[in-house]
Design a protein around this ligand. Structure first.
Ligand SMILES: NC(=O)c1ccc[n+]([C@@H]2O[C@H](COP(=O)([O-])OP(=O)(O)OC[C@H]3O[C@@H](n4cnc5c(N)ncnc54)[C@H](O)[C@@H]3O)[C@@H](O)[C@H]2O)c1
Length: 312
C-alpha cells in the first residue's frame, strides 16, 4: 500500500451535497490532484462555488483562491476515465444505499489500481458490510465527514473488520494534510463515535419533552446556556476529570436509573411523524418554521461555525 506522501490522485465518487464539499476540502493540500466522478454529473462546479460563497463573504478565503482551487478539480461522468483508473485514493459519497455502494465499489475495484485506498463516507452504514464482497478488503475504511464538510473539522476514520494495519493511519495523515481533524474509530459499530454521543443526547432531550418535564424550547435553552457553551473548550471526559471521577460515579449512581434507556425511537417522535410534523420541510416539528426562518437557521449555523473556526 502507498505511503502518505505517495498518494497524489484523489477521486471523489458522487458529487452531491457531501461530495462537492469533500472535493473542495481535498484541494487544501496543493500536492493533491482532485477529481470527481458522478455518472449524473451536472453543474457540480457551480454547486461547489455556491457552497463557498459564505467563506468568501466573511473573508476566510478570497474569490481568487476559491477559483484557483476549483480550477484544480477535474470532473468525469465516465467510469472508464483515466481519472478513475489512476486514483490513489477514492472517497465514495454516493446515495446512502447499500446495494448502490457495493455495486459502485465492485465497479471501481475492476478499474482502479490494486493498491488504491477505498473510503466510504456513509454516515451510518458499516464499512465491513459495504466492503464485504470486495477482493481486497484490507485497503478499505470508513471516512465519515460531517456536514457541511468544508466547515466541520471532524472526519471519523472507521476500521472495518478487515482493514489492514496502517491503512486507517495513512488515511488520517492525508485528511490532516487537507486541514481536517481525523479521529480513529477502532471498531465498526453503529453510529461510530460522534453520532453515538449526539444521539444519546437527542434521546434524552426528546424524552424530557415526551415526559412533560420541559418543552422543546426550554430543553434547547438549557443545553445552549450550560454545558453546550463550554463543550468546544471542555469536553465530556475532560469535564469528568475536572469535577473528579468520584463525583462522576456518585452522579451516575443517582441519575442513570432515571434516564431514558429505550432501544426504540421515542413514541413522541412516532406521533409527530404520523401527524406530518417533519421539521423544516413541513413547517413544523418541535418548533414551527417558515421557509424564511428555516433558511435563517441554516445560514446562522454557517455564520456561527465560520466565527468559531476562523474568528471572522
Ligand atoms: N447529507 C449529510 O448530511 C451527510 C453527512 C455525512 C455523510 N453523508 C453521507 O454521504 C453520502 C452522500 O450523501 P449526500 O447527502 O451527498 O447525497 P446526495 O444525494 O446529495 O449525492 C449523492 C450523489 O451521488 C451520485 N451518485 C449516485 N449513484 C452514483 C454512482 N453509482 N456513482 C457515482 N455517483 C453516484 C448522485 O448523482 C449524487 O450526485 C451518503 O452515504 C450519506 O450518508 C451525508
Amino acid at each position: 500500500m502507498k505511503k502518505f506522501d505517495e498518494i497524489k490522485n484523489i477521486l471523489i465518487v458522487g458529487g452531491g451535497m457531501m461530495g462537492k464539499n469533500i472535493a473542495f476540502v481535498m484541494t487544501e493540500n496543493p500536492r493533491l490532484n482532485v477529481a470527481v466522478y458522478d455518472p449524473f454529473l451536472k453543474e457540480i462546479k457551480d454547486g461547489m462555488r455556491a457552497n463557498l460563497r459564505e467563506l468568501a463573504e466573511h473573508g476566510v478565503i478570497s474569490e481568487a483562491e476559491i477559483e484557483a482551487r476549483l480550477a484544480r478539480v477535474e470532473f468525469t461522468a465516465d467510469i472508464d476515465s483515466a481519472l478513475v483508473k489512476d486514483a490513489d485514493l477514492v472517497i465514495e459519497a454516493v446515495f446512502e444505499d447499500m446495494e448502490i455502494k457495493r455495486k459502485t465499489f465492485a465497479q471501481l475495484e475492476e478499474r482502479c489500481r490494486e493498491d488504491a485506498y477505498f473510503c466510504t463516507n456513509s454516515s451510518v452504514m458499516s464499512p465491513s458490510a459495504i466492503s464485504a464482497e470486495l477482493k481486497h478488503r484490507g485497503r478499505f475504511v470508513g471516512t465519515h465527514f460531517w456536514n457541511p464538510a468544508h466547515l466541520i473539522p471532524l472526519v471519523e476514520v472507521i476500521k472495518s473488520d478487515a482493514t489492514a494495519d496502517g491503512v486507517a493511519e495513512t488515511v488520517m495523515e492525508l485528511l490532516a494534510s487537507a486541514g481536517k481533524k481525523p479521529c480513529l474509530c477502532k471498531k465498526d459499530v453503529p453510529g461510530f463515535i460522534a453520532n453515538r454521543l449526539q444521539h444519546a443526547l437527542w434521546r434524552e432531550a426528546i424524552y424530557i419533552v415526551e415526559q412533560g418535564i420541559a418543552d422543546a424550547e426550554t430543553v434547547d435553552t438549557a443545553i445552549k446556556n450550560s454545558f453546550g457553551l463550554r463543550l468546544p473548550q471542555l469536553s465530556a471526559l475532560e469535564n469528568s476529570d475536572m469535577v473528579g471521577t468520584q463525583l462522576t460515579w456518585n452522579i451516575h449512581s443517582y441519575v442513570l436509573p432515571a434516564l431514558c434507556d429505550s432501544h426504540e425511537p421515542s413514541p413522541l417522535l412516532k406521533k409527530m411523524l404520523d401527524e406530518g410534523k417533519l421539521g423544516f420541510k413541513s413547517g413544523s416539528g418541535f418548533y414551527d418554521w417558515t421557509p424564511e426562518s428555516a433558511a435563517k437557521c441554516s445560514s446562522d449555523l454557517n455564520k456561527y461555525l465560520i466565527k468559531m473556526l476562523y474568528g471572522k
